[in-house]
Design a binder for this molecule. Structure first.
Ligand SMILES: NC(=O)c1ccc[n+]([C@@H]2O[C@H](COP(=O)([O-])OP(=O)(O)OC[C@H]3O[C@@H](n4cnc5c(N)ncnc54)[C@H](OP(=O)(O)O)[C@@H]3O)[C@@H](O)[C@H]2O)c1
Length: 304
């Protein structure tokens, strides 16, 4: 059996590092990890790393020509929703133009392109959403992801789009935090926190998302797939579950409305996904939120 060679973009990120970890542990595919700058994954053995800035089309072409992957899992992106809103030009270059660079190369070289997208393509009026529900982004981040999805749909590439929601987990030297680590960290220090009680999500364990990406490669998936955790909750409930799990003081959690937060980018109220298609077609089997917290806790005790 020929082992599939997978090139991961943004391998220093949360999903990128979880993909690296999983591939090294399970050996189901061969890995070429790529990211901007130096490799921040702690182990250098068992895979190849190449520096690849997705804003540099010449470098992207050179790396793909050199390593000849069968599939690309494209995780690199501008992922901070407020930064994307404040710098739309940069967001367009990273989340749209760079995707076109990859699409052109994947068309030319017959490479499968597994692209990461978001629940923020929806307006949040009617969640949970199915894959074919109409998109209506409220933020420029969401709009940029819709534009990239359109490029893929109109391309001749062999593409799969994995949409995901509020990813949490822990890795080495993280570029940014996530809701679980933020809430745990603040409550442990006794810092009072404000959390919104009028936004609903299905938080996704980074390991589950990494597994879905590898399943999409192994099954040569094509089309759009919803990939999230299976539990639906408000952000306030999520934070209370974090407090419960680590037995932290809940009296310093204040529930507020989204309106009072005054964030740069607007957030959808009620997202969440119907997971039936991904469970049936890919064999996706996500953990519960409680199980996810247990996994993060064990990793913190062991590695971080
Ligand atoms: N996290 C979520 O809650 C969430 C929700 C919905 C969808 N998604 C999507 O899922 C994907 C993965 O997200 P994530 O949580 O793993 O994000 P992340 O932790 O922010 O990782 C993104 C990675 O992309 C890298 N990157 C940025 N600019 C680059 C460039 N020009 N060239 C190469 N690499 C570059 C970053 O490098 P540095 O580390 O050096 O900055 C970072 O390591 C993204 O497409 C995101 O939009 C995420």
């Amino acid at each position: 059996m020929n082992t599939i060679t997978v090139l991961v973009t943004g391998s220093n990120g949360l999903l990128g590092q979880k993909l690296t970890e999983k591939i090294l542990e399970e050996g189901r595919v061969k890995l070429i990890a790529t990211s901007k700058g130096k490799n921040r994954y702690p182990t250098q053995n068992g895979y190849l790393y190449a520096e690849m800035d997705i804003l540099n089309p010449e470098q992207v072409k050179q790396v793909i020509d050199k390593y000849k992957p069968d599939s690309i899992i494209h995780t690199a992106a501008i992922t901070n929703v407020d930064t994307a809103e404040a710098d739309k030009a940069l967001c367009h270059r990273l989340n749209v133009d760079a995707v076109q660079t990859l699409i052109s190369l994947c068309e030319e070289k017959n490479i499968q392109l597994v692209h990461l997208s978001t629940d923020f393509v929806f307006d949040g009026a009617n969640g949970p959403y199915k894959e074919d529900d109409a998109v209506n982004p409220l933020s420029y981040y969401g709009e940029s992801k819709v534009m990239a999805e359109e490029l893929l749909k109109n391309s001749k590439a062999n593409w799969a789009i994995l949409r995901t929601i509020l990813v949490y987990g822990i890795t080495n030297d993280m570029s940014r935090s996530n809701i679980v680590l933020w809430a745990k960290g603040a409550l442990e220090k006794g810092l009072p926190i404000n959390v919104v009680n009028d936004q609903w999500r299905m938080p996704t364990l980074a390991e589950d998302l990494a597994e879905a990406c590898i399943l999409a490669v192994e099954k040569n998936a094509r089309g759009i797939y919803n990939v999230s955790g299976k539990d639906y909750m408000s952000i306030a409930d999520l934070v209370r579950k974090v407090a419960d799990y680590w037995a932290l003081n809940q009296s310093i959690i204040s529930e507020i409305s989204s309106e009072s937060l005054n964030q740069t980018a607007k957030r959808p109220i009620r997202t969440g996904f119907v997971l039936d298609k991904t469970i049936k077609d890919l064999g996706y089997n996500p953990h519960s939120f409680e199980e996810g917290l247990k996994i993060v806790d064990e990793q913190m005790k062991k590695n971080y």
